[in-house]
Structures are given as C-alpha cells and as structure tokens.
Design a protein. Sequence first.
Length: 191
Amino acid sequence: MNRKMTWLFLLASVMLLFSCVKDMTTPEQEPVSLGLLKIKFKLNPAEEITPTFQTVIWLEDERSEFITSLLVSDWTAYGGYKFENVCPTWNEKAGWKDVSDEQFDAVTRATPNPFLGADSLTIDCEELGLNPGVYKCRVETHIKKEYNINYTAEIRLGAEPVTKRPEPTYIPEKHEAGDVLYDVVMTYYFE
C-alpha cells in the first residue's frame, strides 16, 4: 500500500510539474485589438495634360480576393465605373454596380485635388470588421484614356505596427505625364 501511494504521489507530482511547465511556456495572451490603417498619397498636377485623378482605394485578402472599397472618387462612384479603362483593376474586382447604399455613402468622396498636397485616408480596422491577418491594400488612379497607376502592398494586421512604401505598377504602361500618383505610404499603427 505504501508503494502504491508513493507511485500515485509521484504520478501526481509529474502531472503537476508538466502543467506548470506548460503554463510557463505558453502564457495566456490578451486579445489584440486591431489598430488603424492610414493610406497617404500625393497627386501630381501634370503640365502637358489634365488627368482625371479618379482615385480608388480598396482591400483584398492575401489571395487577391476583393474585400471592400475604402475610397471611391465621386465621378467614378456615380457612373465612371462603367468605363472599363477607369481604375481597371478595382473596376474588375469591385462589382460596384451592386454595392449597397450604405457602402456607397461610406466610401464615396470628392475627387482628390492635386493642389492641396498630400491626401490620406485612415480606417479603424476593427470597426471595419477585419480580423488579424495579411491583407493587400491597393490604391489606383486614372490618368487619361487607358492610363492608370496602381500601388499595392501586403499589410499584416495584428500586434506589430508596419509601414510600407509600395512601388507603382503602370497600366498599360507609364504615361508621358509621369507619376501622377506618387509617394504612397501605407501605415498600420495603434493610437
């Protein structure tokens, strides 16, 4: 009987020891509240032409599936989306003709003015209903005819602040007016 009690005591001690080790190596984590995502950009008033400056900002998941529009210039929102050459990457993915009135009102705003300096958009990731993870943040501006500029960066939403300065992609190629959309900075941070 004494031997049996010794084994039970030893077994209970080992189990207690393992539970303590587990608790020491995997501390309970507090839920992370998502921060803010700020997209800052500048528009360059071209001398040779008058660009349309129609600008859209949207999010995709890491597989490039469309999630939501964050900003749509008013002319694009009110019918410009019907022209396939205006912000074509967004236009192909957004399904704008089927958007709800609530989403329309939330993201439609005046066309950015290149003479006012830097423009920006800040969103509360939690309020938008996003979860921690990797997202593609995209900004696209129509210049003229079929010419557009697109900036894309992968941003991980979670515990770590991050700043990205993506490089432009020209659709179908760089316009002679140059970088009408430039100095795009995407920052995920906490207040």
